[in-house]
Design a protein around this ligand. Structure first.
Ligand code: UGA
Length: 439
């Protein structure tokens, strides 16, 4: 078993650390935030993620995982140091690598024995080479350090499961030594391993995420066409899914992809291509389609209602997908400001994300509009003139079609997630607009 240090305790770092501990490695997670470290030591996870706290507690009690702000002691004698810090998007779409650089410098100043530094964060192709050079330039002790790429494929909401049961582990190394260490380190997971060069591993991550973003955008594009030609995207997707070459996953048309990854990674790869003088047309198309898709329903509703001023608007779901409290790039963030600007009286419901949304849009007046947060979906619907569905939470899916008619002043629903069948909404007397289907 190996001694592992993990830099960064966000989705990538913390989940990796906990899962390494779960299979028996000795793990220390490093974070700069004292409060966060204290919380994690008491078994509280800083992120909302199924099964995570349970495994944190279990492995902490078993002495396999610890948390610290003291990076020197954590890195000093580690066999492998995983970097899982953020690479946020910059104004031009490129990835901000300053957190990676900071950790690399700390590693260079701390390591006292030969070790592998493993970059789990999503970084532009060629970054691992630079990180290795950077660490070697600043090394204090005479030790061997090699950088390896090990991109992460987990999705938020199912992060622990995705890690312990990953479909593949991709490692990118430049020596047999680094490859062997990573192979052995992952042995206890019993998962398929793909061993390639560092640059290929970096590209696999972007190419995978951008392919999925393309797949969704393609379905959104086809959905928009379905509306014009009178086809139904749900039936179209079903018919396509039986073809093994297409598969059934990520065929769901909707209000555009959000989250911290697809929007960021499409723009980052497009930026990398541009820097090399290459026009990455497919990914650019995905970015454009996604931008338009996010306000599609708002625009439809605007035409239908003429104005939102003084209307009671129910908003169901604020997060970018169910199972997470994350709001990054969520459709709600595009639509709520538009509605407020128009003077809408919004009643918003989200089972998990309302508090974070309220930090951005506190309850009360915003210009001509106002927003109120409610703890039950039906309180949002009561007396509403129109309802928008932005996230397909189970709590939202459980609202029976008839309830819209019962609670709302006018049962007019714009559903960005195609939760309902057209016939059931019609039977319940609801005027129902969704994505890629007849109204
Ligand atoms: C995504 C990838 O799925 C992970 O494999 C990857 O590791 C991760 O990014 C990352 O790079 O860290 P995540 O952003 O957590 O994971 O969420 P997804 O479940 O992929 O959903 C992303 C967005 O696409 C959501 O807004 C979701 O509603 C949307 N989506 C997904 C659709 O609109 N249609 C679909 O068919 C599937």
């Amino acid at each position: 078993m190996y001694k592992i240090a993990v830099a960064g305790t966000g989705y990538v770092g913390l989940v990796a650390g906990v899962c390494f501990a779960e299979v028996g490695h000795e793990v220390t997670c490093v974070d700069i935030d004292e409060e966060k470290v204290k919380l994690m030591k008491s078994g509280v996870s800083p992120i909302y993620e199924a099964d995570l706290e349970e495994l944190m507690k279990k492995n902490y009690v078993a002495g396999r995982i610890d948390y610290t702000t003291d990076y020197r002691s954590a890195y000093k004698e580690a066999d492998a140091i995983f970097i899982g810090v953020g690479t946020p998007e910059q104004a031009d779409g490129s990835a901000n690598l300053s957190y990676i650089a900071k950790v690399a410098r700390q590693i260079a100043e701390s390591v006292e024995k030969d070790c592998i530094v493993v970059v789990k964060s999503t970084v532009p192709i060629g970054t691992n080479d630079k990180v290795e050079q950077y660490i070697r330039d600043f090394l204090v002790h005479d030790v061997k350090v090699e950088v390896a790429s090990n991109p992460e494929f987990l999705a938020q909401g199912t992060a622990v499961h995705d890690t312990l049961h990953a479909e593949r582990i991709v490692i990118g190394t430049e020596s047999k030594w680094a490859e062997d260490v990573l192979m052995k380190l992952y042995e206890p997971f019993h998962l398929p391993m793909v061993s390639v060069t560092r640059r290929s591993a970096e590209m696999i991550k972007y190419a995978s995420n951008d392919f999925l973003a393309l797949k969704i955008s393609y379905m959104n594009d086809i959905a928009n066409l379905c509306e014009l030609v009178g086809a139904d995207i749900e039936d179209v997707a079903k018919g396509m899914s039986y073809d093994d070459r297409i598969g059934s996953k990520f065929l769901k048309a909707g209000i555009g992809y959000g989250g911290s990854c697809f929007p960021k990674d499409t723009k980052a790869l497009e930026n990398v291509a541009r820097q090399h003088g290459y026009d990455l047309k497919t990914v650019k198309a995905a970015i454009d389609i996604n931008k338009e898709q996010k306000t599609k329903l708002y625009e439809k509703a605007s035409k239908r209602l003429m104005t939102f001023a003084g209307l009671k608007v129910a908003v169901l779901g604020l997060t970018f997908k169910p199972g997470t409290d994350d709001l990054r790039e969520a459709a709600s963030l595009e639509n709520v400001p538009l509605l407020l600007e128009q003077g809408a009286d919004i009643y918003a419901y989200d089972p998990v994300g309302a508090d974070s949304f309220a930090t951005l849009y506190p309850e009360g007046e915003h210009g001509k509009g106002r927003i109120t947060y409610v703890s039950h979906a039906e309180d949002a619907l009561k007396e509403a003139n129109v309802c928008f569905i932005f996230t397909e939470w189970e709590e939202v899916k459980q609202i029976a079609p008839k309830q819209y008619d019962t609670f709302m002043r006018t049962p007019l629903v714009y559903d960005g997630r195609n939760i309902y069948r057209l016939d059931e909404m019609k039977a319940a007397g609801v005027e129902y607009h969704s994505i890629g289907r007849a109204s």
